[in-house]
Ligand binder design. Structure first.
Ligand code: THG
Length: 367
């Protein structure tokens, strides 16, 4: 692969100096921002993530802030998840849908107060959609992208590392809840969440100016735990069934097709823009859905285009993410599979870029 050309369009992050000093080997672009994808090798990073602790520059998980009396109303317009029970101090994984029920994004919503919400977005320009709704309905809410950059601490030693910097109270934060913690006189939101199944935290770093000081403090505090700079890991996130917007699903898919029906309360999410469309699809049920797939044979290359899933010469689905799993000693994959072939154990073929491979629908994700 060639190099990536730096430019103003491709935004750096408050932690980019640290990422570079740590020897980043590959980047992707996410929300028009740099996101590291590899430090040593994807496999070394994977083993280390599962045994130690890593600091991830996930500033590209940009925030959309909703501020004002209509913030809660606007937030509910965006998602079919019922937000009435959500309290300040909680985070919710929320599908965001358009008027046809198509997925526009799958962010984490963070409720700061009734009148202040953050939407921690995946890779799509959601800000435009949210601003247009607020403006066209003359809602009493400000919508913008504040200077807030998530920094994730992930891995089994994450609690110990974080306790060294923020104190033992950090250990009491529950999954998808957050607390407020001080660093250099700044109060930061710290949630127990993150794009891995290894456990850990996300610090919503408010103010780019403290970015490198916090990065360095965490690196120092992590020395006893063999901390590395890291990044979301392709293998681990497939094993864990963590979906990637733009890869595993697009605007063409409903939340139900994505297996995100459990995060929808379409009956009671009054005000959700896609509600009528989703009531129809929820009644019929999806005819294709995300599945875990096991692809036989030698390690497959990265999936940078959909790989057709075939049965008896007919296409019955497509694989969107795949990687060799060292722990499960098979190729793990995520794909969308038609109803006729989505039962666990169904044998299919996958047309990978290095040839046709036998594959099987797996009953669930691996971790
Ligand atoms: N954290 C934050 N922002 C993000 C991500 C994140 N924005 C971009 C991207 N990741 C959004 N997508 C996801 C996908 C999965 C999860 C979070 C964000 C996730 N899912 C858990 C699961 O499926 O096991 C838990 C969901 C739940 O039980 O509520 O964590 O990672 N800030």
């Amino acid at each position: 692969m060639a190099l990536i050309s730096p430019s103003r369009r491709l935004r750096r992050t408050p932690f980019s100096d640290g990422v570079e000093a740590a020897g980043v080997k590959a980047y992707t672009v996410y929300n028009h921002m740099l996101l590291a994808t590899m430090f040593r090798s994807i496999e070394e990073d994977y083993h280390h993530l599962k045994s130690a602790v890593q600091i991830w520059d996930v500033a590209c998980e940009r925030q959309i802030e909703l501020r004002g009396p209509d913030a809660g109303r606007l937030m509910q317009m965006l998602t079919p998840r019922d937000l009435r029970s959500m309290l300040a101090g909680q985070c919710f994984y929320v599908p965001i849908v358009d008027e046809t029920g198509g997925m526009l994004n799958d962010p984490v919503a963070v409720k700061i107060s009734d009148e202040r919400w953050w939407i921690s977005i995946a890779d799509s320009d959601l800000l435009h959609w949210v601003k247009a709704i607020a403006h066209s309905l003359r809602l009493d809410v400000l919508v913008d992208e504040p200077d807030i950059s998530p920094l994730a601490i992930q891995g089994p030693k994450a609690d110990d590392l974080m306790a060294n910097v923020f104190g033992d109270a950090i250990r009491d934060i529950k999954f998808f809840r957050y607390g407020m913690f001080d660093f250099q006189g700044r109060t930061l939101v710290i949630a127990r969440s993150g794009y891995s199944k290894q456990g850990g935290f996300e610090i919503y770093v408010e103010g780019s100016d403290i970015g490198m000081d916090l990065w360095n403090a965490l690196m120092e505090a992590g020395k006893p735990y063999d901390v590395w700079a890291g990044c979301p890991n392709l293998i681990e996130r497939i094993e864990g069934g963590l979906l990637s917007f733009g890869n595993d699903m697009t605007m063409q898919n409903t939340p139900h097709e994505c297996g995100l029906g459990k995060f929808c309360n379409t009956q009671t999410a009054i005000g959700c823009i896609g509600r009528d469309a989703l009531l129809r699809v929820a009644k019929e049920g999806p005819v294709k859905q995300i599945r875990a797939l096991e692809i036989e044979g030698l390690p497959v290359g990265p999936c940078d285009q959909l790989w057709p899933v075939m049965a008896k010469g007919k296409q019955v689905g497509a694989v969107s993410s795949a990687a060799w799993s060292p722990d499960f000693k098979t190729n793990v994959a995520i794909g969308m599979v038609r109803m006729t072939h989505w039962d666990a154990g169904t044998d299919v073929d996958v047309v990978t870029k290095d040839g046709v491979r036998a594959a099987r629908v797996h009953e669930k994700f691996w971790i």
